[in-house]
Design a protein around this ligand. Structure first.
Ligand code: GUN
Ligand code: ZN
Length: 406
């Protein structure tokens, strides 16, 4: 049982945020059971944290664990960056000691940034994926984790045979799906260039039959797209995924920058999810995400760090980037905060459990120290979304368990 006197900032919906100054928030057995304005004489035995704010645990719907140590390796074009930096680095995760050290570092950094839920790619090795699951379990992370699939167009150190990629994915799925309340498996074809039609079809069929999660990358870079159209003999990148059956309501498509209107309509038809990764798009000079057009189609848009093309795991920094990467359209602080909390939870279908500080939900939260300068109440959400990444994270809690304490 924890009972804390503090200030809470809570997403209500896409355009509204609740601010509760001098509140008491309590949880027992991992579930919020008391959220109320402080009452003198009644709320006894509280921990006093009035110089902090309490927000829901942050959610990152797209990131690469095995790339954590190569953030900020300058190369402003996707395919060159993958060849030069990413593929050699991911090959190092063949070594279990390496895979373990990087997983330890990654989860510690996630928690230190206030992130409680994440959707993760690991390297193309089953053992590296298993190690990520075991480290996540040891620390109590909430995550969807998948082994990266590549059965073509990569060097022999990384390439998997089609059967191996498929069989090992299934083994990992059976081992980790339902094995824990906090962890699940996500099928993870890297992108069309590194996956054969047969592999994508088999993964898609299995995922559809089992209502399992899928993640991949779509339409990030112009050279990538030109190569995809040539390799698969199609008119659009989206057609490749549509033809093989990879578009489902439980498919998370990272980037989606250069989509035509018809492709956006196709994604809307299948109700697939989009991971917008603005910092990555900026770093690799991939292009500008068409937020307005995708949002107007009611597409499920979430936000991800996309480390290592994204330079930090701090989702408050990415909330600012969502705004900054739009050259004209401006998203409100309320919308930015929604995206990295409740919005991402809704995308993942777990808004009944996480995403906001509400009675009956699981206690996923973090405490941030307020800066010394006075911030008017009606500017708090704005401060949080535009420089909240500077506020020290004091404690991070997942399902009632402290996973980080400063
Ligand atoms: N497309 C295929 N693989 C990757 C990756 O690892 N990072 C990014 N940003 N895009 C990709
Ligand atoms: Zn990515």
């Amino acid at each position: 049982m924890r009972k804390i006197r503090t200030n809470i900032i809570n997403p209500i919906d896409q355009d509204h945020t609740f601010i509760g100054l001098d509140y008491v928030i309590a949880w027992d057995d991992g579930i919020f059971n008391y959220i109320h304005p402080y009452q003198a004489g009644k709320d006894l035995d509280c921990e006093e944290r009035l110089d902090e704010i309490c927000i829901p645990g942050l959610i990152d719907i797209h990131t690469h664990l095995s790339q954590y140590w190569i953030r900020g390796r300058y190369e402003p074009s996707l395919l060159f960056w993958l060849e030069k930096n990413v593929f050699p680095e991911e090959a190092l995760s063949q070594n279990p000691d390496f895979a373990e050290k990087i997983a330890e570092d990654f989860f510690q950094a996630l928690f230190a940034a206030g992130t409680t839920t994440s959707v993760i790619y690991t390297a193309p090795y089953p053992q590296a994926c298993e190690i990520a699951f075991s480290v996540a379990k040891k620390y109590g992370a909430r995550a969807w984790i998948g082994m990266t699939l590549m059965d073509q167009n990569v060097n022999s150190e990384l390439v998997q045979s089609t059967d191996y990629a498929y069989q090992k994915s299934l083994e990992l799925y059976y081992k980790y799906h339902n094995a824990s309340t906090l962890l699940d498996y996500i099928f993870s074809p890297r992108f069309a260039l590194s996956c054969s039609v047969i592999l994508m079809e088999k993964i898609a069929r299995f995922a559809q039959d089992n209502s399992a999660w899928i993640q991949t990358h779509l339409s990030e870079n112009q050279i990538e797209i030109a190569n995809v159209l040539q390799l698969f003999g199609v008119d659009t990148y989206t057609q490749v995924y549509e033809n093989v059956g990879l578009l489902t309501p439980k498919t998370i498509l990272a980037h989606c920058i250069h989509l035509s209107s018809a492709e956006m309509d196709t994604l809307a038809k299948y109700d697939s999810c989009i991971a917008h990764c603005p910092d990555s798009n900026f770093f690799l000079k991939s292009g500008e995400f068409n937020y307005e057009a995708l949002y107007s189609r009611n597409l499920n848009i979430g936000v991800g760090s996309d480390v290592a093309a994204g330079t930090t795991l701090n989702m408050l920094y990415h909330s600012k980037m969502v705004n900054y990467r739009q050259s004209v359209f401006s998203l409100s602080p309320e919308r930015l905060f929604y995206h990295i909390t409740l919005g991402n939870a809704i995308l993942l279908g777990c808004q009944d459990k996480i995403g906001s500080l509400d009675l009956g939900k699981e206690a996923d939260l973090c405490f941030l120290k307020l800066p010394p300068e006075p911030i008017p109440v009606d500017s708090l959400v704005s401060a949080l979304c535009f420089y909240g990444y500077e506020f020290p994270v004091m404690e991070t809690v997942i399902a009632g368990r402290t996973v980080y304490s400063r």
